[in-house]
Design a protein around this ligand. Structure first.
Ligand code: FMN
Length: 182
């Protein structure tokens, strides 16, 4: 099965490990998945007064989410939670046409720290369960892509650690099957 996936990256940093992980995902599974990294850094701050007729960048972002078969969120952990730039994008998506309802979502994250963004991922799962989002998130058991000690695992702008890549292969396989399943 060939799927179309939108990727959201929770870091705007030029050398972001999470962006490197997102690019690795785009390239590595090209035969089965067309993945597009959406630019959430240019979305304006969420404003409830603008939600009925949002700015063009927001309307475009929501359209791309609506048209995707699934979404992969690749994010760092900031202060034990998700970065504001990602929460902002999710807040826009959670209103009016609610483009995440029923949308298959996979979560991944990288950090130089030991805990692989686990706290952010737990928060993110809670956020994605909220009434405005109601995403269909790949269940956590065995599917948590927690890339710890990132400086040792990335080189040349890509994830290169073989054990992590092999684990990622398995999770992406399951995500593609999850998208296909009712
Ligand atoms: C505001 C801020 C808060 C952070 N909080 C955490 C944290 O709670 N847990 C963690 O593992 N790393 C934390 N870090 C370190 C990030 O994991 C690190 O900067 C990482 O490289 C960010 O991801 P990126 O490489 O994709 O930009 C924090 C960094 C910043 C800038």
């Amino acid at each position: 099965m060939y799927v179309r996936v939108a990727i959201l990256v929770g870091s705007l940093r030029a050398d972001s490990f999470n962006m490197q992980l997102a690019r690795t995902i785009c390239e590595r599974y090209r035969d089965r998945m067309e993945a597009e990294i959406l630019d959430i850094g240019t979305l304006p701050h969420f404003d409830q007064d603008a939600e009925q007729d949002p700015p063009p960048a927001v309307a475009d972002f929501k359209r791309r989410i609506r048209e995707a078969d699934g979404v992969i969120i690749v994010t760092p952990e900031y202060n034990w939670s998700v970065p504001g730039v990602l929460k902002n994008a999710l807040d826009w998506a959670s209103r009016v046409d609610k483009v995440f309802i029923g949308k298959p979502v996979m979560i991944a994250g990288a950090t130089p720290g030991m805990l692989g963004t686990v706290r952010a991922q737990l928060h993110l799962r809670e956020i994605l369960s909220s009434p405005g989002l109601q995403a269909r998130v790949l269940p956590p058991g065995g599917n948590e892509v927690l890339v710890s000690l990132a400086p040792q695992k990335f080189a040349g702008g890509r994830l290169v650690d073989e054990a992590t890549l092999s684990f990622l292969d398995g999770v992406v396989d399951k995500f593609i099957a999850f998208i296909a399943s009712p």
